[in-house]
Design a protein around this ligand. Structure first.
Ligand code: PLP
Ligand code: COI
Length: 345
């Protein structure tokens, strides 16, 4: 199969219209059979539920070309499960897990020419989404839904790829306790748009959100979980009920323990501990972010620098990155079930 003529190594994190997308409709209490289609446009009522009451959820995962030329994706079962949890919280009909995985496989296979070749640094981003499409005027859930999967080739999420980034402690809150922070609902991202643009205007790559109740604990950033490396070189992962359960973070936990022999602690982490210099290294982790090293956290002008500084990646974050991306690219043997083969590249 001939690949598209794209400058793979210089891709940013952007959207490109690819050949095929998968669509399934929910109507009269059931999902239809679903199919691959060519039309990238959606026609809907001006009164569609999603347009008014934001009944919208999504997922993000990637397809990779491995060293030996296969196209694979990474732990899609966990995305399927998380999308079901997102749907239930938003009073939407869950899309069955096995159909979710099948729809991802079908869409990636149909767009194999768009999957970046091995070694280019780019990957194929897969975006499953679901939203209320039937008319709704009183505040209530829609009766009909569209589930859709499209793909787009992407490069690094943060400019500069693997160079450390600076983020700021935000004065805005991301997610209320007992709200929707733990699911992947569009509304969590809508509220982050003003804060993230303000952060960019001030020269920061992202916002670090604190827990809204006490504003003392680390939550996560707008699009990634946070991980820390302590003075002994071990991994500390902040916990909270209102952050997204990142699949990358859960994978890093396993990799750190079972591949690198690190001690891993999942616990509440306070901003004070970070300010007191308890952590040597830190990073943002997620499908888009992969593991992006942190150089500095700025708390209202006070700079908390990590030992690697703004030029270099710290040794533990580097090892985690190399191991995780090695597993995804087929250079390192994966734990059972992590890699799902889609087709030959
Ligand atoms: N946190 C937020 C708010 C996100 O949007 C994402 C991206 O999906 C993550 C964390 C990372 O999750 P994952 O590793 O499953 O992509
Ligand atoms: C992802 O990592 O898949 C996300 O959805 C995060 C978003 C900021 C692009």
């Amino acid at each position: 199969m001939e690949k598209k003529n794209i400058d793979w190594s210089n891709l940013g994190f952007g959207y490109m219209v690819t050949d095929k997308r998968y669509v399934s409709m929910y109507k009269d209490g059931a999902w239809d059979d679903g199919a691959l289609i060519e039309d990238d446009k959606i026609v809907m009522s001006e009164d569609a539920g999603v347009l008014h009451y934001s009944q919208s959820i999504f997922e993000g995962l990637k397809a990779y070309t491995t060293e030996d030329g296969r196209i694979v994706c990474f732990r899609p079962d966990l995305n399927a499960e998380r999308m079901i949890n997102s749907a239930l919280r938003m009073e939407m009909p869950p899309f069955p897990a096995e159909r979710f995985i099948d729809s991802v496989v079908q869409t990636v296979r149909a767009n194999a020419a768009w999957v970046p070749p091995y070694g280019t640094g780019a990957t194929l981003y897969v975006r499953p989404l679901m939203f209320g499409i039937s008319p709704v005027i009183g505040v209530k859930p829609a009766e009909e839904y569209m589930y859709r999967v499209f793909v787009t080739p992407v490069g690094p999420y943060f400019k500069g790829g693997a160079t450390p980034i600076a983020i700021k402690v935000s004065d805005y809150d991301r997610a209320a306790p007992r709200g929707t922070g733990h699911i992947k609902a569009g509304l969590n991202y809508a509220m982050s748009l003003l804060p993230v643009m303000e952060a960019h205007r001030e020269g920061f790559a992202e916002n670090l959100y604190l827990d809204p109740a006490t504003r003392t604990k680390i939550e996560e950033t707008g699009g990634a979980n946070v991980i820390f490396v302590d003075e002994d070189g071990n991994l500390v992962i902040p916990t909270s009920e209102s952050i997204l359960p990142s699949i990358t973070r859960r994978s890093i936990h396993y990799v750190a323990e079972h591949y690198l022999g690190l001690k891993v602690t999942e616990r509440v982490v306070t901003l004070k501990e970070v300010e007191d210099g308890h952590f040597r290294e830190a990073g943002l982790c997620g499908t888009a972010a992969v593991i992006s090293p942190l150089g500095c956290i700025n708390d209202h002008g006070k700079e908390i620098m990590f030992s690697n500084g703004m030029e270099k990646v710290g040794p533990v974050i580097q090892k985690l990155y190399d191991t995780l991306t090695g597993i995804q690219a087929g250079r390192i043997e994966a734990p059972e079930g992590w890699i799902v083969e889609i087709c030959k590249g």
